[in-house]
Design a protein. Structure first.
Lengths: 307, 311
């Protein structure tokens, strides 16, 4: 962790060094970054807590209106609301479908890509969905999955009725499929990088031991890329908490009839469309705490894997 | 100094990758039982994946050029009589495209500029300086690396619009994107990998820490800066939710917001070829990104190598 070169311990001194460490200028260098975190994360978080604990409502700028303290009643309202639980259930469906799909397919493609002469070109192609705007690629998927689109056309009578995006059984699986598709390139490159760090000797040892292809995969490759797998799982969890554009545009505001609503869409609907900013803030607080905890664990794992 | 510079610049890209590539190659060779059939299976897999991942883009372009939309499998073969650029003209009437693209550009440039100006010194300090609060700052960086600020979008919206009076402004749009945490992390990783001697030499010459940053670290960091600019610029360019909240005035909306507005009201527009127009907008929005990926793929890939996925 300590990358700065070590020097001999010095006698204690007064002045900035005693207060700020050996390189006080470092404090100045990270100050703008910390100010940014303060304005964009800490202050909104504190404000969210205030909003959730008071009877908060939007007022005209400058207007002074009493917004009485209401304690935890907003949290109670939010947690007893079926909408929050069903949106969390949708994230469960999302993860149950997208995680196995993402992990298996991206590892298989990374392995295939490793030996390919077209690796550069294919990496670029695979990376395109990840680098592209969700709004733009959703346009293509709306057409693709519409009733008279290519997919239903190819499947003929086997296509679901009503069609994919307006079918409550298919809306969430379609979002899981879309996000897996969009993130696939990133995950393939993550695995590709991780594969380069699996020591070649392990493969040689496996060959000497007479291990077959599948056995080598399970005993050498899969354990060897475990840090990347951790990263992908954590990023998928964060992605699920961040789902908005997909339910908003692809399935039309979490439709049909709320079948693909997500917590972030709920925050938007409560806060902007239904004017319950306090409830929106309360949901945001809960999600943020969960995601921060997950990310701290992830950060520790990533740093550990690095050494 | 010059030879040191060259060697150092190679650290994150050539030296490290070069060292691991032969190993990976050997592993692939030794792990291959039945090499021919295995390679055939790999090719089939890669080919299928390429089709699946790229098809929506081809479909998008194809539909954008159709005079009357044919969404089904039959429409995949372009018919000369049905080809037109009219959808692009119609899209330019439906969305104020030049304005929207200009807004996207300002939004993106603002985020990139602020990220480099604020993030580079922070990354340097986290990597090479010892000061009180460094560990805490790094923990903060790791947590915001993955926490989407939009979870707190409602209070953030109130603060931006009420407290800062930044509704319908570029500043309000850029604010949450002013520092891309991944870029700061990349800077830190880059500076950490530079050999200590480079900085020791500057210190022995009596250079101050700020001078070392600008005269030694920044010139060496050009590849890291390019990587950071690339990862940073695709985020605001593609972003929808936050600018959608802040920019209510159509003249301030970036292209992604304009297109999303068009999509969500598509069925009410009564346009002759709504799908074609929508696809024309999508093509305009993704084209700059496609060009960027094609030109700079190596740097994008390098980002993933350095961004903590190393096992």
């Amino acid at each position: 962790m300590s990358a700065a070169p070590m020097t001999l311990p010095r006698a204690r001194r007064r002045g900035p060094r005693a207060l700020a460490g050996r390189h006080p200028v470092g404090v100045l260098m990270v100050l703008p970054f910390l100010a940014y975190v303060g304005v964009v994360y800490a202050y909104p978080f504190g404000y969210a807590v205030w909003m959730a604990l008071h009877d908060y409502f939007f007022t005209a700028p400058g207007a002074e209106v009493a917004q009485p303290f209401t304690g935890l009643s907003t949290f109670r309202t939010v947690f007893s609301d079926g909408a929050l639980w069903s949106s969390l259930g949708h994230l469960g469906v999302f993860l149950a479908l997208s995680l196995p799909l993402t992990l298996v397919v991206s590892l298989a493609l990374a392995l295939a890509l490793r030996g390919s002469r077209l690796r550069g070109l294919l990496s670029a192609l695979f990376y395109l969905p990840y680098a592209s705007s969700s709004v733009a690629v959703i346009c293509a998927w709306i057409a693709l999955l519409s009733g008279d689109g290519v997919l239903s056309g190819l499947l003929g009578g086997a296509a679901p009725e009503p069609s994919w995006l307006v079918n409550s059984g298919w809306a969430m699986p379609v979002i899981a499929l879309f996000v897996s598709w969009k993130m696939m390139g990133f995950h393939i490159l993550t695995y590709l990088a991780a594969l380069q760090n699996v020591p070649g000797e392990l493969y040689e040892a496996a060959t000497v031991d007479g291990a077959g292809r599948w056995r080598t995969l399970w005993t050498v490759t899969v354990p060897g890329v475990r840090p990347a797998t951790t990263l992908i799982v954590v990023l998928s969890l964060v992605t699920s908490a961040n789902l908005f554009t997909e339910p908003y545009l692809l399935t039309g505001s979490g439709g049909p009839d709320g079948a693909s609503s997500t917590p972030l869409l709920l925050i938007y609907q409560k806060g902007v469309e239904q004017s319950h900013p306090g409830q929106a803030a309360a949901i945001g607080i809960v999600l943020t705490v969960v995601v921060v905890l997950v990310s701290l664990v992830a950060g520790t794992l990533m740093e550990r894997g690095e050494r | 100094m010059n030879s040191v510079t060259t060697r150092v610049r190679g650290v994150p890209e050539t030296a490290e990758r070069g060292a691991s590539l032969p190993r990976a190659g050997k592993a692939a060779a030794t792990g291959a039982a039945g090499p021919r059939e295995r390679r055939g299976a790999a090719r089939l897999l890669l080919g299928t994946a390429a089709v699946v991942l790229v098809f929506p883009f081809l479909y998008m372009v194809l539909l954008s050029l159709q005079r009357t939309s044919d969404l089904g499998p039959g429409g995949l073969l372009p018919r000369p009589g049905n080809l037109t650029f009219d959808n692009y003209a119609a899209m330019a009437r439906a969305i104020d495209v030049w304005h929207a693209l200009g807004n996207s550009l300002v939004f993106t440039a603002g985020a990139v500029l602020a990220t480099v100006v604020i993030g580079l010194p922070a990354g340097y300090a986290l990597a090479r300086l010892s000061f009180r609060g460094r560990a805490v700052t790094f923990t903060v960086l790791l947590s915001i690396l993955v926490v989407p600020f939009v979870l707190l979008m409602i209070p953030m919206y109130v603060i931006t619009v009420r407290d800062f009076r930044l509704a319908d402004s570029y500043l309000g749009m850029v604010l949450p994107y002013a520092v891309n945490p991944l870029a700061v992390y990349l800077f830190r990783q880059f500076f950490r990998r530079l050999p200590a001697e480079v900085f020791e030499a500057a210190r022995l010459d009596g250079a101050s820490e700020t001078r070392t940053l600008w005269r030694v670290a920044v010139p060496l960091a050009r590849p890291a800066i390019l990587s950071a600019v690339l990862v940073t610029c695709i985020v605001p360019w593609n972003e929808f939710l936050w600018p959608f909240l802040v920019a209510k005035n159509a003249s301030m909306q970036p292209m992604a917001v304009g297109l999303a507005g068009f999509v969500s009201t598509l069925r009410y527009q009564g346009l002759a070829n709504g799908f074609g127009v929508m696809m024309a907008g999508a093509v305009v929005l993704v084209l700059p990104v496609i060009v960027l990926v094609a030109v700079f793929l190596r740097w994008f890939v390098q980002v993933d190598l350095g961004s903590g996925s190393k096992g």
